[in-house]
Design a protein around this ligand. Sequence first.
Ligand code: COA
Length: 261
Amino acid sequence: MPQTYETLLVERRERVAIITINRPDKRNALNIKTREEGAAALEELRADDSVRVVVITGAGDKAFIAGADIAEFAGRTAVTQRDVMTGQSLFTAIDSFPKPVIAMVNGYCLGGGCELAMACDLRIASERASFGQPEINLGIIPGGGGTQRLTHLVGEGKAMELILTGEIINAQAAHAIGLVNMVVLHEELEAKTMELANRIAEKSPIALRLAKEAVKTAARSSLDEGLRREIDLFALCFSSEDKDEGVKAFLEKRKPEFKGQ
Ligand code: COA
């Protein structure tokens, strides 16, 4: 039975689930409730075998997510803030989610919004989207993985520039530095994202999961460790029925029908 949430909408379209952060009046800023509900929605979708790919977006036509809810920062102690960040982290839940997660970036993608998008596996941006880590303007630094994931994605030089200046860049500039995978016309954002999501959703869910894990390992280990891990994960594919189906379908010159087994 699908759950309902106060700050999000969860919709299933065949094999793709779409989570929409639904606080357009606050530019979809991430408050504690949204973070908790986001993690809960992912738990729900993790257990649903009919869902093969998850898309995350923001409600309204202005923002993907304009960052952490700044109103919640006022008067907050260091200990409380640390608990918020280290508790059930939405970013970690996305990062370790066993299915591909795509950020469909429809507008402002700032601070925690940019961090959330970077925790996703792929980012598709509307030409109207803008990106940045403006925390420095509040006298703080990114705390949801921004200093690490941005550096991995775009390199130290560009990450340093964005984080030290708090500069906001447009979608084309984000694409040029490798922060987003593709930029599309605003009116085509949903169609192009769903096209990509559906294309990925046809693959073996087991292979997708292992591929995601293998790629994530690259940023977190030495090359030697990563190569060893890749061999283990590659070998694990050989225990799946999906691998038998994929190979058989190729030899029979037909499209494979992956069951996730
Ligand atoms: N946290 C809390 N509230 C936020 C918010 C955030 N990160 N971003 C926007 N809002 C709220 C505004 O306070 C305003 O609320 P109000 O109507 O109750 O006054 C509402 O969303 C609309 O914001 P507004 O600034 O009027 O919209 P805009 O379209 O002119 O500008 C932004 C949008 C995103 C450029 C601007 O809101 C902004 O700079 N937000 C903060 C971005 C940021 O620093 N993020 C990092 C946080 S660590």
